[in-house]
Design a protein around this ligand. Structure first.
Ligand code: TMP
Ligand code: ASP
Length: 234
């Protein structure tokens, strides 16, 4: 495919128009960035892995009653999705402390967060996607108070569905980032769910099985992405 007009190009995906204005095609690239695109690289076949993992996880979530933008897989690197207005908030759920939480607030690496922590970030590249509070969200008019409550509730529900799924695959779901779209007032899960947007630690070895291998130059990046795909689709 990859035929319609290019509507948007992000760091890891392109979005193309389709003959139906209510639908778009998400094309997953191999490009990888970190630290607000200060670090750039390519992860061979990452686009294929992330598309297939996202397809599997969107289906899993749909079966569990979560509404997602996913319609169908079109090819190795493409899925058809609903065309939504994306809410400019990144919703992060954390089951363990790591990453920016440890840097920002000095939590001990790996500390269990129970109940899970929900954080909101402003999806804004020039500003470097800063952490924001609900008061900021209201002032910036990114979402209504009711939508913020729904974002939190939906993100925690998704955590409850994904955590046991990954545990069964020998992986700890440490944290993850979600994006939602708005369709006539209804919140719909959008974007992707992949090793780019989640942190997974191998339950047996503690090995990092996600984009932290790229962010921190841990090596064996391609092999690890393939291993995640193998486990998720097993
Ligand atoms: P953080 O610890 O760097 O804030 O990341 C929290 C989670 O969000 C982690 O699973 C990785 C994911 N994430 C993204 O999907 N995109 C981003 O731009 C960043 C910074 C994190
Ligand atoms: N994707 C993000 C960026 O390049 C950062 C990250 O995932 O760590 O800005």
């Amino acid at each position: 495919m990859e035929s319609g007009t290019l509507l948007y190009e992000g760091k890891a995906k392109k979005v193309f128009a389709t003959p139906d204005p209510n639908q778009v095609v998400q094309y997953f690239k191999d490009d990888a960035t970190a630290f607000n695109a200060e670090k750039r690289g390519t992860i061979f076949n990452k686009g294929i892995v992330n598309n297939k993992i996202s397809v599997r996880l969107f289906r899993l979530l749909e079966d569990a009653g979560i509404t997602t933008h996913f319609i169908e897989q079109l090819s190795d690197r493409e899925m058809r999705t609903q065309h939504l207005k994306i809410i400019q908030i990144e919703v992060v759920v954390r089951n363990r402390a790591t990453g920016s939480l440890v840097k920002r607030l000095g939590f001990e690496e790996g500390m269990v967060l129970d109940p899970p922590l929900v954080e909101f970030f402003y999806k804004n590249d020039p500003l470097g996607d800063p952490l924001i509070t609900e008061d900021h969200i209201r002032l910036l008019q990114l979402a209504t108070d009711m939508q913020v409550a729904q974002l939190r509730q939906s993100a925690l529900r998704i955590n409850e569905i994904l955590t046991p799924f990954f545990k069964d695959k020998g992986m700890m779901l440490v944290d993850f980032k979600l994006e939602f779209g708005d369709s006539n007032g209804q919140l719909i899960l959008a974007d992707e769910i992949s090793p780019d947007t989640c942190r997974f630690w191998d339950i047996q070895t503690g090995e990092r099985m996600d984009k932290d291998r790229f962010r921190k130059d841990l090596g064996r990046i391609e092999e690890t992405y393939q291993e995640v795909l193998k486990r998720v689709c097993a």
